[in-house]
Every structure is written in C-alpha cells, then in structure tokens.
Design a binder for this molecule. Structure first.
Ligand code: HEC
Ligand code: HEC
Ligand code: HEC
Ligand code: HEC
Ligand code: HEC
Ligand code: HEC
Ligand code: HEC
Ligand code: HEC
Ligand code: HEC
Length: 442
C-alpha cells in the first residue's frame, strides 16, 4: 500500500459528478475511508483488497486504493484494469520499468488523450459488439461543438467523455445515479454552462439551466418525473452536441411533436425556413424557456412580423378568434352540462358528445400549425355543431322539466281545493251533530 495518507485526503475531497450524487458519494467515501483506516493497521498482516488480481497486475499491487475506487464501476466488473486506460506494463513490478518508454504509459491523460483513450474500446465494433453497445460516440463527439473546439483549438475547457460520464466510477447510463441519467443530466451540463466566468468567455448565457427548469419541459421532467421529455441532450444530441442549426431545429422538436411538424410543413412559413428567414418551431415558441402554448401566443408572436394593418393579419385574427371561441365554447358547454346534472336532468348522451367535441379540440392544437383558415374552420365547425347541439338539447330538457313542474300546478290546486272543501264539509257535519244533540237534550 502506498499513498494512503494522500488517498484518504483525496477521497474526502472527491470531485462530484453531480449534486445528485453528492450524498451517496460522501457515504461511499466514508465507507472507503473506514476500510482504509482498518487497512492502515492491518497492512503488515493481511493482503490488501483486490489481492487476487494484484498477483498478476503490478499496477493494482501498488495502487490498491485506486482499484478500490473503481469497485462498482461498469469497467471493473469487466476486469478493465489501470493499464487498459493509462498504458504501462503490468507484468513489471518495478515502478520505473512498469512505466518505461515503449510501454505506452501516458500518466494522467489530458482531455484530447481521454477521448482517444475511451475511444480505443468504444469506437471498436470488435470490442463492443459483444455488449451490444453502439460505437459512434467518438466519431460523433468529433463533430460536436465540444469535440471541434478540443481537437482543433486544443481548448481543454470543453466537455470530454469523462466530464459527462466520470472516469474511475463510470456506471451504466441507465443507472438512476449516472450523471447522464435524464434527471441528473441538466446539472451535469450546468457544471460548465452555469459557470458565469467560463461562459462569458464564449459569449454564451449562463442561466440556461434555470430557464430550462422553468419551462414546460423542465417542469415535466422535475415535477412529473417524465423521463421522455426534452432535456439538454435530447435536443442537442448526447455526443454530437451541436446547437441545432436553424434548419435542424424542426428535426429536434419534430422527433417528439410529430403532428405539429407535419402541419407546419404544410404551412405558408415552411418555405421560408429554406432561406433561413424562419426557424421552424423556435420563431414562435422559443427554445430553452418554452411555455405552455395557448391562443394568447397569437397576440404575442404574429405581430412581430405581421403588423395589425397588413392583409395577412386579417387571417391571423380569424384563426385566433376561432381558437379562442372554441376554447370558451367548450368550457361554457361543460359548465352547462355540469349544472344540468346538478338540477337532476339526465345528461348522459350530452356528456358523450362533449367527449367527442374535446377530441376535435385536441386535434386543432397541432392542426392550427397549418395556418389555413378553411382547414382549421372545418374542425372548428364540427366543434361548434356539437356544442350547439348539446346546448340546444340541455336547454330543451331543462324546459321540459319545467313544463312537467307547471303541469303539476293544477293537481296541487285541485288537492288544495279538495282539502278545503272536505274541511268545510267536516265543520258543517260537526255543527249539525252538535245542534241535533242540543235539541234532543232540550
Ligand atoms: C511499484 C509500485 C508501482 C507500480 C508497479 C505502478 N505504479 Fe503507478 N505510481 C506509483 C507511485 C509511487 C506513483 C507516484 C505517486 C505520487 O507521486 O503521488 C505512481 C503514479 C501513477 C500515476 C499518476 C501519474 C504519474 O505518473 O505520476 C498513474 C496514472 C499510475 N501510477 C498508473 C500506473 C499504472 C497504469 C501501472 C501499471 C502499468 C502502475 N501505475 C504501476 C507506484 C507504482
Ligand atoms: C476507464 C479508464 C480508466 C481506468 C480503467 C483507470 N483510469 Fe485512472 N484515470 C482515467 C482518466 C480519464 C483520468 C483523468 C481524469 C481527469 O483528469 O479528468 C484518470 C486519472 C487518474 C489519476 C490522476 C488522479 C485522479 O484521480 O484524477 C491516477 C493517479 C489514476 N488515474 C490512476 C489509475 C489507477 C491506478 C487505475 C487502476 C486501479 C486507473 N487509474 C484506472 C481513466 C482510467
Ligand atoms: C456532453 C456530454 C457527453 C460527452 C462529452 C460524452 N457523452 Fe457519452 N453519453 C452522454 C449521454 C447524455 C448519454 C446517454 C444517452 C441516452 O440516455 O440514451 C451517453 C451515452 C453513452 C454511452 C452509452 C451508449 C450510447 O451511445 O447511448 C456510451 C458507451 C458513451 N456515452 C460513451 C462516451 C464516450 C466514449 C465519450 C467520449 C468520446 C462520450 N460518451 C462523451 C453524454 C456525453
Ligand atoms: C478497455 C476497453 C474500455 C475502455 C478503455 C473504456 N471502456 Fe467504457 N466500457 C467498456 C465495456 C466492455 C463496457 C460494457 C460493460 C457492460 O456492458 O457490462 C463499457 C461500458 C461503458 C459505459 C456504459 C454504457 C452503457 O450502456 O450504459 C460507459 C458510459 C462507458 N463505458 C464510458 C467510458 C468512458 C468515459 C471511458 C474513458 C474514460 C471508457 N468507457 C473507457 C470498455 C471500455
Ligand atoms: C466541462 C465543461 C462542459 C460541460 C460538462 C458541458 N459543456 Fe457544453 N460547452 C462547454 C464550453 C466551454 C463550450 C464553448 C465552446 C464554444 O462555444 O465553442 C461549450 C459549448 C456548447 C455548445 C455550443 C454552443 C455554441 O453555440 O457554440 C452546446 C450546444 C453545448 N455546449 C451543450 C452542452 C450540453 C448539452 C452539455 C451536457 C450534456 C454540455 N454542453 C456539457 C463546456 C462544457
Ligand atoms: C427543447 C430543446 C432544447 C433543450 C431542452 C435545450 N436546448 Fe439548448 N438550444 C436549443 C436551441 C434550439 C438552441 C438555439 C440554436 C440556434 O439558435 O441555432 C439552443 C442553444 C443552446 C446554446 C447556445 C447558446 C444559446 O443560448 O444560444 C447552449 C450553450 C445550449 N443550448 C445549452 C443547453 C443546455 C446546457 C441545456 C440543458 C440545461 C439545453 N441547452 C437544453 C434547444 C434546446
Ligand atoms: C407561427 C407560429 C408557430 C410555429 C412556427 C409553431 N408553433 Fe406551435 N403553437 C403555436 C401556437 C399559437 C400554439 C397555440 C395554439 C392553441 O391555442 O391551441 C401552438 C401550440 C403548440 C403545441 C401545443 C399544441 C397542442 O397540441 O395542444 C405544441 C406541442 C407545439 N405548438 C409545438 C410546435 C412545434 C414542434 C413546432 C415546429 C414544428 C411549432 N409548434 C411551430 C404557434 C406556432
Ligand atoms: C424528447 C421529446 C421532446 C422534444 C425533443 C421536444 N419536446 Fe416539447 N414536449 C415534450 C413533451 C413530452 C411535452 C409535454 C410536457 C408536459 O407533460 O407538460 C412537451 C411539451 C411542449 C409544449 C407545450 C405543449 C402544451 O400543451 O402547451 C410545447 C409548446 C413544446 N413542447 C414545444 C417544443 C419545441 C418547440 C421543441 C423543440 C425546440 C420541443 N418541444 C422539443 C417532448 C419533447
Ligand atoms: C419571423 C416572422 C414571422 C412570424 C413571427 C410570423 N410570420 Fe407569418 N409569415 C411571415 C412571412 C415572411 C410570410 C410570407 C409573406 C408573404 O408571402 O408575403 C408569412 C406568411 C404568413 C401567412 C400566409 C399569408 C398568405 O396569404 O400566403 C399566414 C396565414 C401567416 N403568415 C400567419 C402567421 C401567424 C398566424 C403567425 C403567428 C402565430 C405568424 N404568421 C408569425 C413571417 C412571419
């Protein structure tokens, strides 16, 4: 055992992959520190951890602490030992000979070396085929904003494999504590993209994480734990991390929002994207801070290019009016049906029709991207017909219920009259009886 004191210090100072991992890291560090402390006393008496492997591998014999650090990583489970990444000759037990020139020893790698180091296995179909893991990460990385900057400009501040995955503690990407697991990923990017000083140098904003967290996507991720929602890597690519260029943005959003994309392509704006005058979705929705979209967006966004006096604005207003009235009509009808049910009116059929109207309304959401008055109008009319029909029926039922109530009035009056008549008759009979008894006695 070497470097024990140094290692203990190092372990207690572990750099974190993500904040989410902090607690588990600390408790792991504490356990390891405990083990090391025990080792400190027993080193002369018991062989160090990883003894079996240490027999054959000199790296591990001298660096048992690092081997311990790798325990639990996906690589150590595959017996991927130090020299596979750092080079050197593990058959030599002498430190100098183990790291002599010609052994391929690289020491602590710089970032460019790290990409190649991970790539020697991960870009090799031969190695990875057995595990069924794709082999395009290095090739894609080289096309990314990060990779280009690193390889062409030797800029070490960009992200390389180990910045996103860790290095000695790499775990499966589907493990919930992995730094690239959807719930942890935005924070992993934010280690650098939230660094004001660093981002200023490149002219990038440093509040993307905050903006994203408040967006409809971020909220779905953090509040609903919806892992399928857009995150940094789903839009930018995991390895080909390029800002989606103007012509690529629809591909990104369109992967998930298929119908919106389909109708957008039939809209008058579609051809404008070819000349870069319009960027598919983000011209209207933005990107990091995308919010829930409603008809109000028409008032905010169209006016930027179609001023209120223009001919196109008439079309804009027409579509917006349809969307707004449609929403309001459905709400109104829903309330009417609810109220009717409370009044004791039988509304099962109307509730079923309402469901149908709601399906059409859901259809209009994506469909309105076509920006064609007659096509949107067709569906709008269906909603209008159904809701008008429901309203008519409910009002009719309410009236007939009222009529039935009115029809009862004569009956009540008749009963009342009968009661009064009987009462009078009774009084009369009683009077006569009293009179008869009086005359008898008299
Ligand atoms: C005889 C013991 C011994 C052997 C065998 C050994 N190392 Fe080391 N290694 C050391 C010592 C001592 C240091 C220096 C520690 C320090 O300065 O903090 C070191 C440092 C390192 C470093 C840090 C960078 C550097 O060069 O200072 C790496 C990486 C490393 N060794 C990897 C390996 C690998 C890979 C092997 C197997 C091929 C290996 N070591 C074999 C003892 C050994
Ligand atoms: C999967 C590849 C991989 C394996 C296996 C691996 N290392 Fe590393 N190691 C790295 C990378 C990458 C870095 C550099 C990380 C950085 O600086 O960002 C590193 C850094 C180091 C350092 C510098 C100090 C530190 O912690 O950053 C030492 C020492 C070291 N490794 C020793 C070892 C030893 C000893 C083993 C075997 C027990 C080992 N490594 C196994 C990839 C690996
Ligand atoms: C900017 C961050 C980032 C960098 C840099 C990065 N990765 Fe990844 N990597 C990810 C993300 C995110 C995923 C998860 C993809 C998913 O969940 O489907 C991933 C997934 C993987 C996987 C699992 C298989 C796959 O492709 O989905 C491997 C293997 C991998 N990366 C290796 C590498 C290697 C090797 C490098 C360096 C050449 C690298 N990564 C660089 C973020 C990164
Ligand atoms: C010696 C070959 C080798 C090297 C070098 C290597 N890996 Fe791996 N890596 C593997 C193998 C093999 C697996 C698959 C293990 C399994 O599936 O059980 C793997 C798995 C992974 C996974 C998990 C993939 C998944 O499907 O979840 C990631 C992430 C990963 N490696 C990243 C890296 C990074 C980052 C580096 C460089 C620091 C690196 N690897 C270096 C061989 C290597
Ligand atoms: C180790 C720090 C680091 C990490 C981690 C990191 N980045 Fe970066 N990234 C940078 C730096 C520095 C730049 C600036 C390079 C430039 O502009 O040329 C950059 C540039 C970018 C760009 C290009 C911006 C542009 O317009 O040129 C995108 C997109 C990007 N990163 C996305 C991500 C995503 C997504 C993640 C997480 C999966 C991530 N980054 C993780 C450091 C990092
Ligand atoms: C819904 C998709 C989406 C998500 C999620 C997303 N981005 Fe972006 N990002 C974009 C688009 C679109 C652009 C603008 C590209 C353009 O203008 O060409 C962009 C631009 C950027 C830029 C360049 C600077 C800028 O603001 O123009 C960086 C850096 C960046 N994103 C990083 C991130 C990080 C980090 C995350 C996660 C916290 C993230 N992005 C999440 C779509 C997304
Ligand atoms: C010309 C501006 C504009 C463009 C371009 C645009 N949208 Fe929309 N989008 C809107 C408006 C306005 C709404 C709200 C409509 C409503 O009230 O139902 C909306 C609604 C949405 C909704 C919610 C709709 C629903 O189904 O309820 C999604 C998702 C959406 N857009 C995605 C996209 C995607 C993806 C693209 C790119 C292919 C895109 N949008 C392009 C203006 C636009
Ligand atoms: C990985 C899949 C994915 C990608 C990529 C994606 N989204 Fe989304 N988006 C979703 C999901 C899932 C929701 C629903 C979130 C929720 O539950 O609230 C959503 C919600 C939305 C909404 C709100 C819909 C509403 O009901 O008001 C809009 C607008 C939107 N996305 C636009 C975009 C745009 C624009 C892009 C590209 C810049 C994009 N999305 C990229 C999956 C994605
Ligand atoms: C970034 C600027 C921009 C924004 C924002 C924008 N448009 Fe446009 N739109 C254009 C341009 C440019 C044209 C083509 C003008 C022409 O052909 O004269 C166009 C054409 C149209 C047309 C076709 C008119 C015709 O007769 O061919 C309609 C309809 C339209 N836009 C509706 C909308 C609506 C609705 C919104 C908001 C939801 C909107 N636009 C937002 C730039 C924009």
């Amino acid at each position: 055992m070497i470097k024990i004191e140094k290692s203990r210090k190092r372990y207690l100072n572990i750099p974190n992959n993500t904040n989410a991992m902090k607690e588990s890291e600390i408790s792991r560090a504490a356990t390891i520190a405990g083990i090391l402390f025990v080792c400190l006393f027993f080193v002369p008496f018991v062989p160090p951890a990883g003894a079996a492997a240490a027999e054959e591998n000199s790296c591990i014999r001298c660096h048992a602490d690092y081997w311990e650090e790798m325990k639990g990583s996906i690589h150590s489970q595959q017996k991927i030992v130090c020299n596979k990444c750092h080079g050197g000759d593990p058959a030599q037990s002498d430190q100098q000979l183990a790291k002599a020139a010609g052994t391929g020893y690289i020491g602590v790698p710089n970032k460019a070396q790290i990409a190649e180091m991970c790539g020697q296995c991960h870009a090799s179909v031969e190695t990875m085929n057995f595990y069924g893991i794709r082999t395009d990460q290095l090739a894609q990385y080289k096309t990314s904003a990060h990779g280009k900057k690193l390889i062409q400009d030797r800029d070490e501040r960009v992200a390389v494999c180990s910045d996103c995955h860790g290095y000695h503690d790499v775990i499966s990407v589907s493990n919930p504590t992995s730094p690239v697991y959807p719930l942890n990923l935005p924070k992993t990017c934010n280690k650098c993209h939230g660094n004001k000083e660093l981002m200023k140098k490149y002219g990038h904003p440093s509040d993307i994480f905050e903006t994203y967290s408040e967006s409809v996507h971020g909220k779905a991720l953090y509040e609903k734990k919806d892992l399928s929602v857009a995150n940094c890597a789903k839009c930018h690519g995991s390895h080909g991390a390029i800002p989606p260029g103007v012509s690529k943005i629809g591909d990104t959003c369109g992967k998930c929002h298929i119908n919106e994309k389909k109708y957008f392509l039939e809209s008058p704006h579609a051809r404008l994207t070819q000349d870069g005058k319009f960027s598919e979705c983000i011209t209207c929705h933005g990107y990091h801070g995308i919010k829930h979209a409603g008809p109000a967006l028409y008032d905010q966004v169209c006016i930027k290019c179609h001023d209120a006096a223009s001919a196109i604005h008439k079309t804009v207003a027409e579509i917006a009016t349809m969307l707004k009235t449609e929403g309001e009509t459905i709400k109104e009808t829903e309330n009417l049906v609810k109220q009717a049910a409370v009044e004791g009116i039988f509304v099962e059929n109307e509730q079923a029709s309402l469901k149908e109207a709601n399906t059409y309304m859901l259809e209009i959401g994506p469909l309105q991207h076509i920006l064609n008055v007659s096509k949107i109008g067709e569906v709008y009319k269906k909603v209008k017909t159904i809701t008008d029909d429901i309203k008519g029926k409910v009002l009719k039922k309410r009236k007939s219920l009222q009529w039935r109530k009115y029809a009862l009035y004569p009956l009540w009056i008749f009963i009342f009259v009968m009661v009064v008549a009987l009462w009078i008759k009774y009084k009369q009979l009683m009077k006569e009886k009293n009179l008869n008894q009086g005359t008898k006695r008299g």
